[in-house]
Design a protein around this ligand. Structure first.
Ligand SMILES: [Zn+2]
Length: 382
């Protein structure tokens, strides 16, 4: 999934809708390419009509992508997944949701997206028929093309290869049959790597063999590359799921954090705790009870000359504001929580906090496990 800066547009059904700056660039490009097309198709009309048609076609196309994602989001909610955001970026969109815990949830959550496009295609063809009947050629042109694009969107997304929706459908079916999710993800990732590689090959062929095939060849290659990369990260996901399956959350802690008292200076924490240990947060205990945690990021945010006079109690976050899990909870559940929270505190058997797991720590632990797993095929590593 694309990272980086996002702009919040608003909420739909309570779900935040965000765009990346690349999306704005895409919208301008799409308007321009529709306009270029309509000025040739409708050369006898005024420029104003072509511009209006291009804008309308762009709104329908980008709206269709948004509705596809909204379909995933609403279905995700209905299947009790935690849906956190819809992001629109240059090649479509993504709905961020917690991992489904059974094949049926994954199947339904995925299937709704392409279904929305196929239904939209039918609706748009209906509208085209009406516009044709009323002799509204410009409207019929726009809705007719939008119908084809929705058919293409729905159809392409149904190709059974990760990371496309079809890949997740294949994964859900394979998961149901084999009862082995990591294996199911690997099957779908292999199909994705194959499809991506095939498209890259076709792109190169087109570039070399077809006259004037430069732009199309580059597009094919780019789409192939994105599929290949997406498939690779799915394969990594399968590997992570496999190595962490059935493991306790405590394996994700690189080190147990020694508790400090609330009058400990932040200067000491930075120089002695965070500088020397692989911990991202330290528990603060008063009278034998954990009252909060000091996050390394919060401690480092205190200006250097004030650190000696600032205490752990000044900068700590109260335990009530941090997600907590028992140290023997499922490690995969901690990964799920980390998609919504910067860190998760782990509570030991004696009710004392033994440390906090962060994305950074998970990365270090996985790297370590990967290094130790000699039989692991290297291509699953990203
Ligand atoms: Zn989708």
């Amino acid at each position: 999934m694309p990272q980086g800066h996002r702009i919040r547009l608003g909420r739909l059904f309570g779900i935040p809708v965000e765009i990346t700056p690349s999306w704005i660039l895409l919208s301008i490009l799409v308007v321009w390419s529709f306009w270029a097309r309509y000025t040739t198709v409708f050369h006898h009309r005024s420029d104003g009509v072509a511009v209006a048609m291009a804008v309308a076609a762009t709104i329908i196309l980008l709206g269709s992508i948004l509705l596809h994602e909204l379909g995933h989001a609403v279905m995700g909610r209905a299947r009790k997944l935690r849906v956190s955001a819809i992001t629109l970026y240059i090649f479509g969109g993504a709905t961020t949701a917690s991992d489904p815990t059974n094949p049926l949830d994954e199947f339904l959550f995925t299937l709704i997206g392409p279904t929305v496009n196929l239904v939209l295609a039918l609706g748009l063809w209906g509208a085209t028929g009406l516009a044709d009947g009323a002799n509204l050629a410009a409207i019929a042109q726009v809705t007719g093309e939008a119908a084809w694009l929705n058919l293409l969107l729905g159809g392409f997304n149904l190709v059974p290869a990760a990371p496309l929706d079809g890949g997740h459908l294949l994964e859900a079916v394979a998961w149901r049959i084999t009862k082995d999710r990591p294996r199911a993800i690997r099957i779908s990732a292999r199909a994705g790597a194959g499809l991506g590689g095939g498209l890259i090959g076709l792109g190169v062929l087109e570039l070399l063999m077809v006259r004037g095939g430069l732009v199309e060849g580059l597009w094919l290659g780019l789409i192939g590359y994105m599929l290949f990369e997406g498939a690779r990260s799915e394969a990594t996901r399968a590997w992570v799921e496999q190595v962490l399956k059935g493991k306790p959350a405590s394996v994700l802690l690189t080190e147990h954090a020694a508790p400090v008292t609330s009058d400990t200076s932040v200067g000491w924490l930075v120089n002695s705790e965070f500088a020397r240990h692989h911990v991202d947060a330290v528990p603060v205990e008063d009278h034998g009870h954990t009252v909060g945690m000091v996050l390394a990021a919060d401690a480092l945010a205190v200006p250097e000359r004030q650190r000696l006079h600032t205490t752990a109690g000044d900068v700590m976050r109260p335990m009530s504001s941090l997600p907590q899990e028992p140290s023997d909870a499922d490690a995969l559940e901690i990964l799920r929580l980390l998609s919504d929270h910067p860190l998760v505190a782990l509570v030991g058997a004696d009710q004392h906090v033994i440390g906090a797991v962060s994305q950074r720590q998970v990365g270090m632990v996985l790297e370590r496990l990967h290094y130790l797993a000699a039989d692991n095929p290297t291509w699953t590593h990203s």
